[in-house]
Design a protein around this ligand. Structure first.
Ligand SMILES: Cc1cc2nc3c(=O)[nH]c(=O)nc-3n(C[C@H](O)[C@H](O)[C@H](O)COP(=O)(O)O)c2cc1C
Ligand SMILES: Cc1ncc(COP(=O)(O)O)c(C=O)c1O
Length: 211
């Protein structure tokens, strides 16, 4: 398979420092809103990179569920590989790959569990079938067959047949407090525009980076 000629040029737009918000969260909200309004598929999907004790990185996609000055929030199983890696090393990187608008955003920061109350509030807003799936899935651990998984779902459905399904204590959110956020806009001939915000106390410093 020859992949060498698979490429395209990025011609949609440029990015200038004068167009950037002073605060990267405000800038992120502008770009995320545009990604949603332009009906990108999975606009909130982000790749999350964590590292294990040996320094081996691993990644997976999760959905961003909240963002504000305090950081970026996603939800997962606290026994999952990502959560176990974060327990040993809170350093994390997030990546939004908005191909259709020739943009990407990278976030580096530190992840912390949110409160059980906050997690329960989000859990209760989810569709019931997804709540049952969270109860049934020992995320990231081997499961012998799909049938075993479905049996576990059926057991949970029976157990929680009446009333609200409570949030499992092994499931909840992480908030990523960022210290670096980069905005990338594709440019012609690989001469892209990149701006990196770095936290300097209460303020943010902005550097244009070479593409
Ligand atoms: C579009 C998309 C969204 C996903 N959203 C989540 C999510 O919000 N939370 C989650 O735990 N897993 C989500 N997943 C599944 C994860 O990618 C991953 O398989 C799972 O969290 C286990 O990862 P780990 O074993 O590295 O911990 C999503 C997958 C895709 C493709
Ligand atoms: C395992 C898992 N957990 C959580 C989510 C996030 O879904 P929701 O928007 O229902 O919270 C997803 C989305 O794909 C997922 O696959």
């Amino acid at each position: 398979m020859n992949l060498e000629d698979l490429r395209r040029d990025y011609l949609m737009a440029g990015l200038d420092e004068k167009d950037l918000a002073a605060n990267p969260i405000a800038q992120f909200e502008i770009w995320l809103k545009q990604a949603i309004e332009l009906q990108l598929k999975d606009p909130t999907a982000m790749t999350v990179a964590t590292v294990d004790a040996s320094g081996q990185p691993s990644q997976r996609i999760v959905l961003l569920k909240h963002v504000d000055a305090a950081g970026f929030v996603f939800f997962t199983n606290y026994g999952s590989r990502k959560a176990r890696e974060l327990a040993g090393n809170q350093k994390i990187s997030l990546h939004f790959p908005w191909h259709d608008i020739e943009r990407q955003v990278k976030v580096c920061g530190v992840a912390e569990k949110i409160s059980a109350v906050e997690s329960a509030k989000y859990f209760l807003s989810r569709p019931k079938e997804s709540q049952l799936a969270a109860w049934a899935s020992h995320q990231s651990h081997p499961v012998s067959t799909r049938q075993m998984l479905m049996q576990q779902v059926a057991r949970m459905k029976e157990k929680f047949a009446h009333g609200d399904i409570p949030a499992p204590d092994f499931w909840g959110g992480f908030r990523v407090a960022p210290h670096e956020i980069e905005f990338w806009q594709g440019g012609a001939n690989r001469l892209h525009d990149r701006f990196s915000y770095r936290r300097t106390g209460e303020q943010w410093a902005i550097d244009r980076l070479a593409p």
